[in-house]
Every structure is written in structure tokens, then in C-alpha cells.
Design a protein around this ligand. Structure first.
Ligand code: DC
Length: 222
């Protein structure tokens, strides 16, 4: 039987790293739904489509083919029309734009279907904002990772610096204020706001490293 584990939580809570490692340990597919929103936002931008034009963004989203491929090392790669564009969507800018298209109900509907279809073929660890509340309300196990906003901003700042982008020039204060703005937009939107499912296990990752979080989740699943 196919299994579904959901991990929701705000930016910088450690979701992506933890979901990737957990999926690898369980030999499940890692479904990073934030990446799907980032892809739509980046493609819209590239094609000169306004991120507020719901019809046009939804039309574009409908035409993109997403494939999840588990590599020999157990890591999942997302292919967009056959191409791996992980590095193009990893920027702070892409995250900000993703948060804008994420308020469009038609886009959310399309990406919800993409996630549900992927879970028909494989057991999945899905990470996002509404995985446990909307996309997979009947998931086998639901987690919500959280951490205080300063810790999350510090992690984001470090990630950007490691990525070696121009964005690494952003000060900690800038990263913190952008994160707070993104939290606000994601938590207060009327459709599928970022929040824990009633039956989610909440894990505060502020004082834990990645391996400690993964071990905690495995223990809870067991
Ligand atoms: O997890 P992330 O930083 O890659 O997500 C980018 C943005 O996409 C985030 O600010 C909110 C949005 N998002 C969403 O609304 N629903 C999801 N399931 C995943 C991401």
C-alpha cells in the first residue's frame, strides 16, 4: 500500500532538508511542493506573464509536465518538462515570487492534483504549507516543523551565502524582514493558509540539528 507522510511548516523550518533525508531513509519519493510553486512563478516571469493574472498563470501551470525521479543515491530529482532546474528555482527571489502565485486558487488546484497524482504511484514524503490540511487530509502521518523566526532567518542567510549568489549580499536583517513578510502572506491568505493540521505532530526545530529532527520523526512514525 502507498504511504503518505506530510511535513508542513514555514520557510527556514528545515522542511526541505528533513523531508529529503526522511524520504531517502524510508526509500520514498520526496515531493517538494514549494518547488512546484517556484517553477510556476519562474516560468511565468520568464514568459512575461503577470504573477497576479490568475487565468494566464493557471494556463501556463496546466501545460507544465512535472516528473519525480528517484536517483541511484535515493535522492528525488524534480524534472520540469524533462529538465532539472533545481538551481534556477533555489533563489530567494524565486521563493518570494512563489509566495505570490501561491495565493491564486486555480494554481493551487492544479498543483494539488499534481501532488495527488504523484502519490498514486509511490509512497511519498510531501513537504509544503497545506500538505496535511488540504492536499492529503488522510495522510498516514503528519508533521509540522516550526522554529523561531530569528533561527529561521539565520538558516536562510547561511543557505544563501553557501549558494554563493549575489543574494548572499543580503544582510541578516533583510533576510529576517523578508521572511516575516513571507510568513505573513502565507499565514493570512484565505485559501490553504500555512498552518498545522489538527492531527499534526508539531516539532520545534529551533534547537535541533537535521539528524536529530529526522530521528525524532522516524521515532514518531514507528
Ligand atoms: O517552501 P518554499 O520556500 O520553497 O515555498 C515557496 C513559497 O511557496 C512559500 O512562500 C509559500 C508557497 N507554498 C505554498 O503556498 N504551498 C505549498 N504547498 C508550498 C509552498
Amino acid at each position: 500500500m502507498k504511504r503518505v507522510i506530510t511535513i508542513d511548516g514555514p520557510a527556514g523550518s528545515g522542511k526541505s532538508t528533513v523531508a529529503g533525508k526522511l524520504a531517502k531513509r524510508l526509500a520514498f519519493v520526496h515531493l517538494n511542493s514549494g518547488a512546484l510553486y517556484r517553477v510556476i512563478a519562474c516560468q511565468a516571469d520568464l514568459q512575461g506573464v503577470s504573477l497576479e493574472d490568475e487565468e494566464a498563470v493557471a494556463k501556463l501551470a496546466q501545460q507544465i509536465e512535472f516528473t519525480f525521479v528517484v536517483a541511484d543515491n535515493g535522492e528525488t530529482r524534480l524534472l520540469v518538462d524533462g529538465r532539472d532546474i533545481a538551481s534556477e528555482i533555489a533563489t530567494n527571489e524565486a521563493g518570494k515570487k512563489a509566495s505570490l502565485v501561491a495565493v491564486l486558487p486555480k494554481v493551487r488546484k492544479i498543483l494539488t492534483e499534481v501532488q495527488r497524482r504523484a502519490a498514486q504511484h509511490s509512497s511519498v514524503v510531501v513537504e509544503g504549507r497545506d500538505a496535511g490540511t488540504v492536499v492529503f487530509p488522510d495522510a498516514d502521518c503528519k508533521f509540522y516543523l516550526d522554529a523561531n523566526v530569528e533561527v529561521r532567518a539565520e538558516r536562510r542567510h547561511r543557505e544563501l551565502a553557501q549558494a554563493g549568489e549575489a543574494e548572499a549580499e543580503m544582510s541578516r536583517e533583510q533576510v529576517l524582514s523578508e521572511l516575516q513578510a513571507r510568513d505573513h502572506r502565507d499565514e493570512t491568505r484565505s485559501i490553504s493558509p500555512q498552518k498545522p493540521a489538527d492531527d499534526a505532530i508539531i516539532v520545534d526545530t529551533s534547537k535541533l540539528n537535521v539528524e536529530e529532527v529526522v530521528d525524532e520523526l522516524i521515532a514518531r512514525i514507528d
